[in-house]
Design a protein around this ligand. Sequence first.
Ligand code: GDP
Length: 238
Amino acid sequence: MESIHLKDASGAYRFAPLRRARFRLGATRPGLLPADEGAEVAFAGRSNVGKSSVLNLLCGQKGLARVSRTPGRTQAINIFDLDPGQRLVDLPGYGYAKVPGTMRRSWGDLLEQYMRRRRSLKAVVLIMDIRHAPSPIDLEMLDFARDCGHVIHVLANKADKLSRGAAQQCLRQMRGAAGLDDVDIQLFSALSGLGLEDLHRHMALWLGEAPSAPSQKHTPPGAGADSASSGTGHEPLA
Ligand code: GDP
């Protein structure tokens, strides 16, 4: 059996199926989405917030999310397969000023249907820029995901652009902001890798319970790396 938990060279915990992420398809209408089975986690955020960088870092594959940017796929829901029954979902970046109204509507419809109906969607990771207050469109997305009953996890990305103290202060402000007070928010940097281990732990928790995945021991986010590697063993990343 392939390993579920790995440690990288620094000994940090890694959820190994992410390493095996492969682009499957870009769905431009709900009928093209894979069967609503197993477990998936969707990533959302304004364009330029660092969503591709986060996905590439998370999966340890530099060019992974580039596929989402190829013409015709930027407005699609891009699906990446991990191990059987587990998927990563790259939602279209929002906030493009130049998208024509008709396109914006059809992509909004696709997103709306996806968020409302998708039972296999275990969590929505919403990426924001730590330096900026949440935009109205971020808050709209948050409210919508909340209304649909989804677990929401916010990455306060680009934390490397601030000093440690300033980042902590911005995090506190974000946590206290209207509309964000009840969601889980973590510091992140797609550049330095800050917060990466914590995100891997969350991914393991959300995706590890896919019915078709091999049974395994789960470790809640925040638990020690050593206990996370028990069960199926671990090995260094190549
Ligand atoms: P996307 O449009 O949301 O997919 O954003 P990209 O991943 O293409 O990133 C947009 C820009 O932000 C690029 O120049 C990235 O190098 C930069 N970027 C992304 N994440 C970070 C981060 O955590 N720190 C810093 N300093 N730059 C970042």
